[in-house]
Design a protein around this ligand. Structure first.
Ligand code: GUN
Length: 293
């Protein structure tokens, strides 16, 4: 079993980005600038946004964090988005999800200019990605593809089973893995909460990608010998023995599943770190105007 080491690979990706930023600085070019909007004080969102801001510092980007109160009205958030859309100093920006219930996430996603949508959530980017055209690919699926690439994992012709159909991970992942590119070309099955006899599908997977958000849901009996298992779950589970009061669990019962796998991602230290590195990559692409010329 080989561990797909998100810490190592994300550090490599970030080091490659830093080299490009250093070159831009030396040649007097514009330093990439990512802005993040955080509405409210959700603990997990604070952690994710904090890690995005820290990664910007690591790679040499500029970053801005715009904090808004949980009671912010949708039109107030829209004004901030319009300001960022029209600010030539900002190359790309994200609005951290989930948003408070009274704000419509679809309206927010659509309000971000596709050219600055480094999360790749705008319908134009999703459509372009689906058609195999240049686009921002949402950070988690992009991070997983980069991991497969860095470990040079043969995927062509394999059966990839994706569990979870979210707009952010499961659905785009299923589309990417079916495409005719080097680290894809799979036969894909997309499973979800209504799938009957889920284990009969997961057991058929050569590549199993789980993005459910249910701690330790996938057990050893659900996995084929030699499978490649990618665990996207990051769930906080109460743990009185920890200072924070919680421990982080993936969607896969790692200890019993890992011995059966050819490759597996740990949680933490796997896909989560790749997500942030991919956001940095998208921001660099945006600053260099490589997607929308
Ligand atoms: N919430 C969970 N994952 C993400 C992400 O990749 N981007 C944004 N904006 N919000 C998220």
């Amino acid at each position: 079993m080989i561990l797909l080491d998100g810490k190592k690979i994300s550090a490599e990706v970030k080091a490659e980005i830093k080299i490009e930023v250093d070159k831009l600085r030396e040649s007097g070019g514009k330093i990439p600038h990512l802005a993040a909007v955080l509405v409210g004080t959700d603990g997990a969102s604070e952690t994710y946004v904090g890690s995005k801001v820290r990664s910007c510092e690591e790679v040499g980007f500029r970053s801005s964090l715009i904090r808004m109160e949980a009671a912010t009205k949708e039109d107030e958030l829209m004004k901030v988005i319009e300001g960022l859309n029209n600010n030539p100093d900002v190359d790309g920006f994200i609005v951290q999800l989930p948003l408070p219930k009274h704000i419509n996430e679809e309206n927010v996603t659509k309000a971000i200019l596709p050219e600055k949508d480094v999360d790749g959530f705008h319908p134009v980017n999703v459509g372009r990605m689906t058609l195999g055209q240049p686009s921002y690919i949402s950070a988690t699926p992009y991070g997983i593809i980069q991991m497969l690439e860095k470990y040079n994992i043969e995927t062509s012709g394999k059966h990839c089973v994706v569990v979870g159909r979210s707009n952010i991970v499961g659905r785009p992942m299923s589309i990417l893995m079916s495409q005719t590119s080097k680290f894809a070309n799979c036969t894909v099955t997309l499973c979800h909460s209504r799938t009957k006899d889920l284990a009969s599908f997961t057991r058929m997977a050569d590549i199993l990608i789980v993005a459910l958000g249910k701690a330790e849901f996938v057990t050893a009996d659900m996995v084929k010998d030699g499978a490649i298992v990618i665990d996207v779950g990051i769930t906080r589970v109460a743990d009185a023995s920890k200072k924070s009061g919680y421990t982080i669990k993936g969607d896969v019962k790692f200890d019993e599943v890992a011995p059966k796998c050819s490759y597996i991602t740990p949680v933490p230290g796997g896909v989560g770190l790749m997500t942030v590195a991919s956001l940095m990559k998208n921001t660099l692409l945006s600053a260099k105007k490589e997607i929308y010329k």
